[in-house]
Each structure stands twice: as C-alpha cells, then as structure tokens.
Design a protein around this ligand. Sequence first.
Ligand code: UDP
Ligand code: MN
Length: 368
Amino acid sequence: MLKTFFSLLVCLAAFSLVCFALFLFYSENRKLFSIASLNRETNPEESAGPTGRPGKSLDPCADVPPNLQGVLQVEFRTNRTLQDVRNHVGPFLQQGGRYRPTSCRAKQKVAVIIPFRNRYEHLTHWLYYLHPVLMRQQLDYGVYVINQDGDGVFNRAKLMNIGFVEALKEYDYDCFVFSDVDLVPIDDRNLYRCSDHPRHLSVAVDKFNFILPYATIFGGVSALSEQQFLKVNGFSNTFWGWGGEDDDMSQRISYRRMFISRPDSVTGRYKMIKHKRDSHNDPNPRRIQKLRETYSNMDKDGLNSLNYTVREIRKDLLYTFVTVDVQADVDPDVSVSEFNQSKSQFKTSRTKNVSNLVSPAIHNSKAL
Ligand code: UDP
Ligand code: MN
C-alpha cells in the first residue's frame, strides 16, 4: 500500500517536472519569437510592409536607426529596369513611393523632391538604392519626381519649389530633401533628415575626388525644414539653364542668418552617375550677375511668386510623378532654322492646343 502511494507520488512529481519544463520552453520561445518579429519590423528589407497609419501609441524611433549598414556597394553599370526595382522594394511601399516604419513613430515626415527631365535610367538607379536606405533610416517619407514638361530651358530651382508646394498638398511633411537624380549616397549613416540649420548632404562626391569644392556649396542634395524653406522664400524661380540657383540658395540662407550644416566627409560620400550635359540646360550666362542680386530679389522671387501649371500627376509604386509646365522660354541657343521650324509647326498645330497660344514656350509645340 505504502509502496503504491510512494510510486504515485513519484509519478506526480515527474509529471509536474515535465509540465514545468514545457512551460519554460514555451515562454522562452515566445520571447524569442517576439524579438525576431521586432527585428523583422525594424528591418525594412524583411518587413511585411506598412499597412494603414501607425497608431499614436507607437514609441518614437531611435535617434540613430538600429539597422544601418554603413558603407554601401553602389554599381551603375547594370541593366536594371524599373520593374526590377518594383520587385526589389515594392512590397514595402505604398503607391506614390510612400513608406513609414511599422515598429516605431518616425522622427520626421520627409518629402524627397527630384528635379527631373528625361533621365529615366538615372531615376531607376536612384530608386533602387535610395528606397532601402530611406527605409533603414526609419523615415516617414514620399518620393516626388517633378518633371519639366516640353523642351524649353530647364529650371531646376523652380521644379524644387513646385515639389515643395505639391508635396505639402498631399501630406503634412515637415522636412524637404532636394536631390539631383544622379546622386546616390554610399553610406547610409548620412541621414535624409532636417536639422537645426539647412543641411547640405552631398559633401564628398566622387566627381570632385570626394572633397568639398568650396565652403558655401549647397548643390546636389540638401535638406530644409518647412520653416527654414519658408524663411528664405524657397528657391529663386529665375535661374534658367545650368548653374547659380544652388549658390543663390546658399546666399539666401546666410542672409537669413542661418548656417549650413553638413555630415562629415566620410559619411557624406556620394557616387554621381556619369552623364553628358543635357540639351536645353546650357550654363546660364546671367548666373554670376544674378548672384549679386540675391539680397535685393529674395523677398519677391521665390515661393511667393511661383507660377506653374500641373499637367499630370501619376502615382507609381516607387514615386509620385508630377509633370509641370514651368512657363519656360524658348531655348536661346536653338538655331534660327530650328526656331523657324518649330514656329511653323506651332502654326500648324495651334488648333490642337489653344493653351500654346498664350504660352511663350514655342518649343512645347514640337511635342504635339
Ligand atoms: N536634370 C534633369 N534633366 C535635365 C537637366 C537636369 O533631370 O535635362 C536634373 C537632374 O536631377 C540632374 C540635376 O537636374 O541631376 C542637375 O543637373 P546636372 O546633372 O546637369 O548638373 P551637374 O551634373 O553639373 O551637377
Ligand atoms: Mn549631374
């Protein structure tokens, strides 16, 4: 009798030991699982992608994003297509090239603005490299490609002003990163965020042997908060053709008693895609003289005098593509015969598009 009772007790003890072991195993696994899923969420490469808006209850993202890789391998000599890029990063994006982290509340809402015309190959590389970087940087961001319609003289700065206005119509962005389409960072610690002062990000470009060409440079990639951009009245709208508009912005910043902030020359490294000078974007012969007039012009030439027409807004998974008429002049470099030719085409096509009659952009008629 005593023997049976004793063996029952042993059985019971063994059973509870097994139960205890099972309990331990289960709870440990759960902990492991939840850590794994947290890691997955903070790593956009593995994340299930953003669905819906993040709850107000999410903790703010860390000051230093936890999944940065540092130096990156960047290669442009490939036959990359937009569809490759969509396959690569598409699952993490929302239409219009929008993303926000799902595991924390982003520190800033960033609109990335790209002035653009006819650089599709560059855009493909840019999207391929930048989307994963911006995701790892845990930004709540959107990519806006501002495409100048027609083939009048190019106006980079005006396109960037338009990007600022159009992006704000869509979302409550607080930071604006203006990026050339051919500049790709080769270090993801270079955060595409705004800081206390306007920030110049492309400080060490391979084209310039990775050194800052001059102290006040502000071209390439730069970041301004909404307040900073408003304080300088945005960019000038009157720099037609290549050059000057970035130095004009640099002067606006100093006239408004702000400084240029920069990453260090290791973090701020960039690769520029090699290209020839585009047509209808020759160096602006007036740029030196115009830079003497920044101080007197900046209050009347900028966001408060911006004039343009949106021709189309197209949402791709990878970007928002805004095609705009910037009321460009005919390219003065166009030869007389080419000019006369487009004028006659203009005459024959005027019935197709009445708006051309009031537009000085006779060049646009070539596209009809
Ligand atoms: N750009 C463009 N199409 C053009 C001219 C310029 O898309 O026909 C845009 C593009 O984003 C480019 C930027 O304007 O990166 C600056 O022009 P560019 O690359 O010629 O200047 P640079 O190489 O001298 O900095
Ligand atoms: Mn370039």
